[in-house]
Design a protein around this ligand. Sequence first.
Ligand code: 5GP
Length: 173
Amino acid sequence: MVIGKPLFTAQQIQKRIKELADEITEDYMGKELLAIGILRGAFMFFSDIVRNINTPLEIDFLIASSYVKTESTGEVKIHADLREDIKDRNVLLIEDIVDTGLTLKYIQEMLLSRSPASLKTCAFLDKKPCRKVDVKLDYVGFQIPDEYVVGYGLDYENKFRNLPYIAIFKKSI
Ligand code: 5GP
C-alpha cells in the first residue's frame, strides 16, 4: 500500500474551509441552521467547517456507507439515523466526497421526504469524472480527478482517517 504526496496539505485545507464557511455564513445570515454530518468520512471536515461558520447552528449526524474497499457498491446502508426532526428546518448536509453521487442522491431524497424548510449540500471533495447520477452540490471544497484518496477523515478499510492532509492511495506501486 502506498500513500502519495499530499494532494492538499493541512494548510491548503484550512484556507479553503475558511472561504467556504464565510460563504455559508453569509448565505444563512439571520437563519438558524441544522448541520448534518455524514459519518464516518466527514467527521474531520464537519468539525473544522462548523467551527468557522458564524451563524446559530445545531448539529446532527447520519452514519451511512456504500463503499467496500475502494469500490462503490451503489447500495446505501444507513447504520444510524438522525436524532433531530428536520421538518421546517434549514438543513446543511456535510459530506466528505462525492464520487458516483449515489450515496448523496439517496440521502438527499431521504431527507427531502421529511419536509425540511431547505436542504443544501456541502461536499469537501468532488470527483466529478466518476459521476453516475446528477446530484445537487451547493458548496464544494476541491475538485479532484478519478483517484482514490485517503486522509482528513477519508479511509481505506477504516485506516488513514487521522492524516491531517489528503493524499492519493494506491494498493501497490
Ligand atoms: P458515491 O456514492 O458518490 O460513489 O460515494 C460516496 C462515498 O464513497 C463517500 O462518502 C466515501 O465514503 C466513499 N468514497 C468515494 N470516493 C472515495 C475516495 O476516493 N476515497 C475514500 N476514502 N472514500 C471514497
